[in-house]
Each structure stands twice: as structure tokens, then as C-alpha cells.
Write a protein that binds this ligand. Sequence first.
Ligand code: ADP
Length: 570
Amino acid sequence: MSVNGRILLFAVVAIGITAILAGTALYTTRMDRQIRERVIASQNQLESLSRLKAGIWPFLNALSRLREQGQDTTALLQERATRVLAEQTQLSLNLEQEEEEINGMGEFKPRAREDEEFNQIIQALLRWMERTEEKVRQDSGRKPLPPEEEWGFYQDYEKEVGQRMTSIEAAEREELEWMQRRWDLNMARLVLLTKVVALGSIVLNIALALFILLPLRSSLRTLRTTAEGVGRGDFEVALPARGNDELGLLAQAMNRMASELRGTLQEKQRLLEAEAEASEREARRYSAMLEETVRARTAELETANHQLEESLQQLRLTQSQLLFADRMAAVGRLAAGVGHEINNPLSYILSNLRFIQRELGREEAARLPEREEMLTAVNDARDGAERVRDIVQELKTLSRPDELTLGPVDLRTVVQGSLRIASQELRGRARVVEDFQEVPTIQGNGPRLGQVVLNLLINAAHAIEPGRAEENEVRVLVRASGSKSVIVVVSDTGSGIPPENLERIFEPFFTTKPVGMGTGLGLSVCRTIILSLGGTLEVESEVGRGSTFRITLPTGGDQTAPTAPQEPGT
Ligand code: ADP
């Protein structure tokens, strides 16, 4: 049964019992009151009857005394009759009250015609009093009533009134006893009712506790414990869901809620795990991406670093080239001035020397005694002057490299020409190895390039002591380097260049050769020419093992415009 039903049933039973008990109590109390009123009325009647009885002898005595005194007894009669009538009124009232009370008492049977009885008694009493007073009044003798006469009057009274009064009294007393028994019974009922009420309350309370409160308390405690468990996150609960009452429904709802929470928790955990897995995967991916980025950035940085190093190298080279160009500019200005100053007198000297040489070669001059010595001296002077002219020419080249006229040049032909010219110097010093490959033509100036290669070959020859030609080698290599440039390499197995000199060999007038043998202009002129053609001239050397000079020139297709070393500020 549902809790509501139980409470309702309990309430109905409680109200019913209470109503029954209250009704019984009300009835019993009413009965009690009626009995009490009835008892009082009976007692009043008995008292009235007693008073009437008690008034008989005083009435006779008073008549006797009045007769003795010779006084009128009529007044006494009236006065006594009035009292009797008053008692009659009192009795009537009592009877009315008694009847009122008796009307509500179903089981009480009143005596029939009680009022009539009382009236008859009163009438009989009044008649006896009138008769007695009349007899006393007619028999006047100024003497008290004799006791036998007085007793005779009383016996008349007993016969006419007293016996009936006594029987009524007896009946009234019987009624009174019945009432008292009834009153006792009522009181016993009331006590029993009180006990029943107390016991009923206890029983009801016990029933309430046993059938409603205790199971309710137990179920609520279980529910509370379960709810606290659920609150703490323990969703593994299964309440016994007995019956279809509110507690059963509540237990079912709690089980359903716990089950849903369990499902939600599992779902949440699954989501969290998936999220964690996704985060981990993302972190791994991010980490891999980061590593890849770092690797790429490192590679970029390395490349940038490399480029920076190259730029630094280039800057250093440019700086040295600028310094070189600065010096070259100074030298160029000097050379231009000196060359200009030297050129005119030199042309006179040469033309005069050529004239003298020509004149000395004539037949007429054959007679001159020191003609041969003079011819030799003139020849030497002419060699010297031509050498000066060459130096001036080189100085001019050094100072004005941009004056070169450019055209397509086959480097192999150029190199072969230079080798032919240098063969005299190379012979007896080293084997010459030619390693030529097919190369594209370049844009350049053939004679100047020939001058460069020749200078390198002469330097190579000078680096090798003569006499051990088989042990030494001068190798000349012509190759294409990729599709955009051509290289010419001149290497020897000569003395090599010490590191301290390696940085200075391209400076103008730097030479390690004895005076008269070298001017120190060769390599600087070579570099000037190569740079003016957009190429580079590099050297590697090791003392005791030889040197390698590498010319790199751009091919015709990608050739950049020749650039001359710039003077600072120009
Ligand atoms: P020069 O030949 O008049 O001395 P260069 O400018 O041609 O002037 O050469 C400068 C110097 O470089 C030389 O004096 C020499 O010391 C050094 N040199 C050049 N080429 C070689 C080489 N192949 N082997 C050794 N030293 C060399």
C-alpha cells in the first residue's frame, strides 16, 4: 500500500476511533448529567414528601394548642394549605424537570402517572387537613386535643395519605437507587472509556510507528544514505524497489537517476579519455611539427649561416678588392702619370735606337771600328727600352682595365698560344701536361687572356728549379664548370708560396724575385684583367709541393657585363 494510502487509512481509523470515543464520551457525560439532574429531582421530591410528612404532627399540635387557647384555626389551615400547595408546586417542577431528563434516557422507564399520584396525594392531604381543622374547630372546648383523638386524626392521615405517600416514597427511593447504580455504571463506563482512549492512542501510535513511520524512516534513511553516496560520486547503487508506493517509486527514480548518472559519468570519462588521447595525439603531432619546424629552421639557419659566412667571405674579398682597387686606383693614377711622362721620351728613345740600329746595320757603317760593340749596346738599349715600354703598357692595363675590347674567345686556342710562347721557359724545368676539354666560347679579350695564362705559366716555370724536368710537372687544364662558366687551371710542382706571401701576391709590385727578374706586376695585372671580364682568379699553394692558380670565367650566354674594380667613392 502507498504511504499516502497508509496515512489516509491511519487518519480514517484514528478519526473514526476518536469520533466513536468522543460520541461515547459525550453520550456518557450527557447521561451522567441527566442522571445527576434526575437524582436531584428525586431527592427534592423525597425531601418535599418528607417535609409534608414532617408537617403533620406540628399541624395537629398547632390545632391542639389553638383549640386549647380558644383561637381560630382557619388561619393555621390556610397557612398550612399554602405550604402544602407550595410543596405541590415544587413537586410539579421537579416532575417536569425529571420528565425532561427522562425524555433523553431511552432505557429509563418512569413510573406512570406520577404527577397524578402527587396531585391526588396533595388533594388527599388538603382534604384531610380541612376535615381535621373542621373537626377541631367544631369541637371547641378550650382544652388540648386528647392524645387518642390526635392519634385518630393521624391514623386517618395514614390511611388516606400517609400510606400512599410512603409507597410513592418507596418508589422514588427505588428510582434513586436505580439512578445511582446507573450513575456508577456510567462512571465505570467513563473510566473504561478513558482507559480505552489512552490504550487506543498508544495502540494507534504503535501502529503508526510500526506500519508507517518505522518503514518510512528506514526507507528514508536508505534513500538518504544512497543520496549521500550519489553526492559523493558513488553511482553503483541499487535500491530495493519493492511495491508501487511512493517509496518504491522514489527508489526506482533514485536507481534510474544513479544509472543515468553512471551512464553520464562513463560517457564523460570516455569523452575525457578521447580528449586526452586527442590532446596527446595533437601534442605528439605538434611536437613532431615543432621538431620538423625546428629542424627546418635549423637548416634554414645553417643555410643562412652558411650564406652569412659566404657573404662575410665575399665582404672580406670585396673589402680586399676595394683595398686593392684603391691601391690600383692610386697605382693607376701614378702609372697613368708616369706612363704618360715616360711614353713620349720612350718613343723618341726607341725610334732613335731603331734609327741607330738601322744605321749601324748599313754597309757604310761596317767600317766603323767598334761597330759590333755599338750594335750590341744599341740592341741592349733597345731591349731595355722595349721592356720599359712593356712595363708602361702593363701599368696602363692596370690603370685602365675597362678599355679592353671584348669578343668571343676560344680559351683552348688562347691557352695553346700561351703554352707555345712559354715553352722556352718551361723546357728543362718540367713536363707540360695539357688537359683540355671542349668548352664554350667566352666573351673576353684574347690577347689579354693570353697574357694572363702566359704570366701564370712563366711564374710556374720560375717556381721550379731547372734541371729536373722529369720530376716536375706543369699541368694546364681547361674545363667547363657547369653550364655557366669555364675554368682554366695552371698548377705546378714548384716551390709553393708561403702563407704570409699568399695574401700579398696579387698586390702590385710584390715580388720575391731578384731585382731585374720580376716587377711584381704580373699577378696584379692578371687579376685586374680577369675581374674586368667578370671572372675570378684564385690560388692554392703549399710550400714544397707546388701551386695551383684557377681562373673562372663566365660563358658567353650568361656572361655579365665586364666590371672594372671600382675606385672607392666612384
Ligand atoms: P713577378 O713574377 O714579377 O715577381 P708576379 O706578380 O707575377 O710578379 O708574381 C709575384 C710573386 O708571386 C712572385 O714574385 C712569386 O714570389 C710569387 N709567385 C707567382 N707565381 C708563383 C708560382 N707559380 N710559384 C711560386 N711563387 C709564385
